[in-house]
Write a protein that binds this ligand. Structure first.
Ligand code: SF4
Length: 428
């Protein structure tokens, strides 16, 4: 979206790492090394483009503005509140000039009002990200996001629809709804289901996908809607973080493992073919052997199709940063490895359970070793041998096996005309 706004201002976007007159760094404060990463990127760019104007925005520009002011080479720092106005703070492309000290556009608090986002977030895929919400009021004890992105606010419904129509007109078939806590979408009484319903009326939008949604915000209404909808993907990514109630409480996650499990039961009873992923955090202070066992037991027993495993790192200013860490790095790494391996096993099982089934697949651009790849609604990645470009096309595919970590598929007409290609299984 920022790229689109910069284009409108007369800038031409170059590939990352290429010589440039302007570097815009959209930073993250979730990682421990935000400042170090930022210094590194700036040094690297100024090596090949010594006159490049450097603008820094995003979460770290919001939470670490004071530290960033002493980083050499920065010309402009823009906090979250003003991020989308960044192009307005830049001179015209032919007037860019390095500054003696960085200019700061920042406010300590972020307005709670609903917002619009001018422009359109074009990407190179057949799938486009559509931001519908920002900020979070939950205040998990480990998380800086409420400080970096502010309190919850929703994007104006008409503005979401305007961008969705533009994306559809540019050939994007799948819209992925993003935000910090999208289950809390609420624009003048229209909630997430109302928004999805409105998006479904755009004929050229084939699919709508929810990116990540907090467990406490997945309503029964949303599950029932997903089960019945022809466009909303049967896919949920619901961060769990831990399977241990004591740790969940210390994280201020506001649900118990049993409640999370009940949510999964309800979802799978309505949609047995659902793709269900989660985030797990290892090494939170106080995560003793028993707590970690609860997480592994929970993660192995329930029908997750994958997990993203994160290592806890204390973020300055958060309540968890004051907790004592008794776990050594080796233990944390071992736990991370174990859960990552478990995730791989779960993913393979998810793929295997689809062998012989026919799924509707949206194909992406290009080919990979002669195979066209795409995704099913439940996020199963599928490869099919086909010569012609299939970007943006939706076709039924019968899963015949697993190949290099993808489902290997054939078109059903080919499956009918040849004996069953039984099981091609290789793993990556
Ligand atoms: S719900 Fe997500 S964004 Fe909000 S505080 Fe918790 S971890 Fe951070």
């Amino acid at each position: 979206m920022l790229g689109d706004l910069l284009r409108r201002k007369g800038y031409r976007l170059v590939d990352y790492g290429q010589p440039t007159d302007l570097l815009v760094l959209n930073t993250c404060s979730v990682t421990e090394h935000a400042e170090k990463d930022c210094r590194y990127e700036i040094r690297k760019t100024l090596r090949h483009s010594p006159h490049a104007f450097v603008a820094v925005t995003g979460c770290y520009a919001q939470t670490g503005a004071a530290q960033l002011q002493s980083v050499p080479g920065i010309d402009l720092i823009v906090g979250t509140q003003y991020k989308m106005r960044l192009p307005d703070y830049l001179p015209a492309p032919d007037r860019l000039m390095k500054q003696p000290a960085p200019e700061l556009r920042h406010s300590r608090t972020i307005e709670r009002e609903d917002f619009v986002l001018p422009g359109t977030a074009y990407t190179d895929s057949t799938r486009a990200l559509l931001k519908i919400q920002d900020g979070c009021d939950v205040m998990c004890s480990f998380c800086l996001i409420p400080f970096a992105r502010g309190r919850e606010r929703s994007r104006v419904l008409d503005d979401v629809l305007r961008e969705a129509r533009e994306l559809a007109a540019h050939g994007y078939r799948e819209l992925v709804l993003t935000g910090v806590n999208i289950g809390r979408y609420d624009h003048q009484g229209a909630d997430l289901v109302d928004l999805i319903q409105a998006l479904e009326t755009i004929p050229a939008v084939t699919r709508i996908r929810i990116s990540s949604i907090e467990p406490t915000t997945v309503s029964q209404e949303l599950l029932e809607y997903m089960a019945a909808s022809p466009k909303l993907c049967r896919y949920l990514h619901v961060p769990l973080q831990s399977g241990d109630d004591r740790i969940l409480e210390a994280m201020n996650r506001r649900y118990t493992a049993r409640e999370y499990e009940a949510l999964m039961d309800r979802a799978f009873s309505l949609m047995p073919d659902l793709g269900f992923g989660t985030d797990l955090m290892v090494g939170f202070p106080g995560e003793d052997e028993r707590a970690f066992e609860h997480t592994t037991e929970f993660a192995s027993r329930l029908p997750f199709s994958y997990f993203h495993v994160f290592t806890y790192s204390p973020r300055p200013g958060t309540p968890a940063a004051r907790l004592e860490q008794s776990l050594g790095p080796a233990t944390i790494q071992a736990r991370r490895r174990l859960l990552t391996e478990l995730s791989h096993t779960k993913t393979m099982a998810f793929y295997e359970q689809h062998i012989g089934r026919t799924l509707s697949v949206l194909f992406e651009r290009g080919a990979r070793d002669g195979f066209r790849t795409g995704t099913a609604g439940n996020f199963l990645r599928v490869a099919v041998a086909a010569e012609q470009e299939m970007a943006g096309i939706v076709r039924d595919v019968t899963v015949a096996g697993i190949m290099d970590g993808l489902a290997y598929g054939i078109f059903p007409e080919a499956a009918r005309s040849s004996p069953r290609t039984d099981l091609l299984v290789t793993t990556s």
